[in-house]
Write a protein that binds this ligand. Structure first.
Ligand SMILES: [Zn+2]
Length: 189
C-alpha cells in the first residue's frame, strides 16, 4: 500500500490552511472530544495541574469550532472562573483569534458558557499580565516581599482606579497567581 495519500487540492485552494486538528487545550485531543478522561489527563487533574473548569470549558469551546474556525488555531492554556466571569488564558498572540472581529467570537463564547468571558494572553511578565487584567487602570508599582513561605509580589494600584477595574481584588490575585505561578497580592493605595 502506498504511504502517500492522493491530494485532490486544486491550485485555487492551495493556500487555504484549514487545520483539521482541534484547538490546543489543557486536556488532550481525545479528551476534548469525549466525555471521559484518559489516564494522562486524569493524572493531571488529580495532581491539580488542570482543574475541572479547564476540562469543562475546553470541551465547550471545541464544540464551537465548526461555527468559528478561528478557534482551531487557538492554544488555550488555562481557564479561571471568578465570581462573575471566566478568564481564558491563551498563548501569546492568540487573543485576536478567540475574541474575533468586534468581539463576535468571545460574545458567542460568553453566551455558551453562561458568564461574561474575558481573554488574556499568557506572559511570564507579571506586570504585563496585570496591566491586561486591570485595563484601563494602571499599576503604580510591584514590590517583592521575601517571606519564609516564599516570595510575594505585592502589586500596588492607585485607589482612584478601583472603580475602573472590572475584576475584584481577590479575582485579580487569583488570576495572576494561577497564570504566572507566583503569589500575587493586590493593594489599593
Ligand atoms: Zn487526555
Amino acid at each position: 500500500m502506498s504511504e502517500f495519500v492522493e491530494c485532490n487540492m486544486s491550485p485555487t485552494n492551495l493556500n487555504v490552511t484549514v487545520s483539521s486538528f482541534p484547538m490546543k487545550a489543557p486536556i488532550c485531543e481525545i479528551c476534548l472530544k469525549n466525555d471521559i478522561l484518559c489516564s494522562g489527563c486524569n493524572a493531571k487533574l488529580e495532581e491539580g495541574k488542570i482543574t475541572p473548569v479547564d476540562v469543562e470549558v475546553s470541551r465547550k469551546l471545541v464544540k464551537l469550532e465548526e461555527k468559528m474556525p478561528s478557534l482551531k488555531s487557538v492554544e488555550l492554556k488555562k481557564v479561571i472562573e471568578t465570581r462573575n466571569s471566566y478568564i481564558l488564558v491563551v498563548k501569546k498572540g492568540d487573543a485576536p483569534k478567540i475574541i474575533g472581529k468586534r468581539g463576535s467570537v468571545i460574545k458567542k463564547i460568553s453566551e455558551v458558557l453562561g458568564k461574561d468571558t474575558r481573554v488574556i494572553e499568557e506572559t511570564k511578565n507579571l506586570e504585563e499580565l496585570l496591566q491586561n487584567l486591570i485595563k484601563p487602570a494602571n499599576i503604580k508599582g510591584i514590590n517583592i516581599l521575601y517571606t519564609p513561605g516564599g516570595e510575594i509580589y505585592r502589586v500596588r494600584i492607585p485607589a482612584t482606579y478601583r472603580r475602573l477595574i472590572y475584576l475584584s481584588k481577590n479575582d485579580i490575585e487569583v488570576v495572576a497567581t494561577l497564570a504566572t505561578s507566583r503569589k500575587v497580592e493586590v493593594v489599593f493605595e
